[in-house]
Design a protein around this ligand. Structure first.
Ligand SMILES: *Cc1c(COP(=O)(O)O)cnc(C)c1O
Length: 387
């Protein structure tokens, strides 16, 4: 089978207009730290309604500076979902903090708000409350943010929404990223995500204080703002390093791509939803379960995940579908089952719903350029594999 016959699980949608936008930047005076970055940030502020947006080199970098801005450090604890990409919890480890997980809801596969509440009650008794909780909007469906935000008030923790899958989606009819129920929201623009900058990410917040901190951490902890300096300027060349930051900047080439992609984001999400609905119909009679969608959420549909009713066929179905040229994938291996996390003391059989999910889950191909014909091929392959 040639590579072109393989249907991947996800793929970018870059058109000539996107390419032209990138070429324009390459021909301009600035290929980094130029005007495209603030333009992209402003466009995302406008799109989401958030007060501040900071473009960075990846979603992972965004998670890292979000944790730093919330002062996550050595004595702190951060909780996230075990069913996520490892970056959702690695960001806390970068800051020297301890990580723990909140098991998923078995119907939506997102962090379960009831599990969260129960875990908070125990943690309070043991004096081990988290400083930050990172709900992950798996496959683009929002977590139960209203309830999580209510618990944040009661138990005094901060919220970072890992919305890497969810840019273009909505919660209670407001765009994901507006930060109504969180301190910071994080997007990723990796090519498989909803819109792309190749590598890239963004943090959004309504707090000017958090935005200023993240802005510092993005570029080495350096400021040119005299109001933030600790001593008088030495002259026009002067800048000060006032924190230990990183080079997490996005380039103007990437920002131009992102800005142009943003024009089509609503179309992308609409097509993804149409394809997802079509899958729902085509799979109706098969022995598979699809995640329940909560009514408050309009999913960006980054992933189309199914769970096999019979976990004993998981390996076989995966192998057969790959043989038939369908690039099925699995999102995700529970983070606590990763060897690195086991070394930190995590054990299997601790987050049982996440582990049960892992025994059944398969991501079917879903991206805006997927044709009905290709989708039919996926479904037929699944039918064959399930026999
Ligand atoms: C993609 C992703 C990230 C990391 O984003 P990068 O841009 O690849 O660094 C973090 N969390 C989740 C849930 C993701 O899917």
């Amino acid at each position: 089978m040639s590579n072109s016959d393989i249907i991947p699980y996800g793929k970018q949608d870059v058109n000539q207009d996107d390419i032209d936008a990138v070429i324009q930047v390459l021909k301009s005076d600035f290929i980094t730290q130029g005007p495209q970055i603030p333009a992209f940030e402003n466009a995302l502020k406008q799109y989401t309604g958030a007060g501040h947006a900071i473009a960075v080199s990846s979603g992972t970098a965004a998670l890292h500076i979000a944790c730093l801005a919330l002062d996550v450090g050595k004595e702190d604890i951060v909780w996230t979902s075990p069913i996520s990409f490892v970056a959702s919890s690695n960001c806390a480890l970068y800051c020297g903090a301890k990580v723990d997980f909140v098991d998923i809801d078995q119907n939506t596969y997102n962090m379960c708000a009831t599990e969260l509440e129960n875990k908070l009650k125990t943690a309070k008794r043991e004096n081990k409350l988290p400083k930050v909780v990172i709900p992950v909007h798996l496959s683009g469906q929002s977590c139960d943010m209203k309830q999580i935000a209510k618990l944040a008030k009661e138990y005094d923790f901060k919220i970072i929404e890992d919305a890497s899958h969810a840019v273009g989606g909505k919660y209670e009819n407001r765009p994901i990223g507006c930060c109504q129920y969180s301190d910071i929201t994080v997007f990723s623009f990796h090519p498989v995500k909803i819109i792309t900058t190749a590598e890239g990410g963004m943090t959004l917040t309504n707090s000017s204080e958090l935005a200023a901190k993240m802005d510092l951490y993005r570029t080495h902890g350096i400021t040119r703002d005299e109001n933030r300096m600790t001593e008088k300027s030495h002259g026009p060349w002067y800048y000060q390093q006032i924190e230990l930051g990183f080079n997490y900047r996005m380039t103007d080439i990437q920002a131009a791509l992102g800005l142009n992609q943003l024009k089509r984001i609503d179309d992308f999400v609409k097509i993804r939803n149409e394809l997802a609905e079509r899958y729902n119909d085509l799979l109706k009679t098969l022995p598979v379960t699809i995640p329940t969608q909560i009514k408050e959420s309009y999913s960006a549909r980054h992933l189309y995940i199914i769970c096999l009713n019979n976990p004993s066929s998981h390996q076989i179905v995966f192998k057969k579908m790959r043989e038939l040229g369908i690039g099925v994938n699995l999102h995700y291996i529970p983070i606590h089952m990763q060897p690195y996390y086991k070394k930190l003391g995590f054990k299997e059989k601790t987050f049982t719903k996440a582990e049960n999910y892992y025994k059944r889950a398969i991501s079917l191909p879903l991206y805006s350029k997927l044709t009905y014909e290709q989708q039919d091929r996926v479904v037929n392959a699944l039918k064959k594999a399930l026999i």
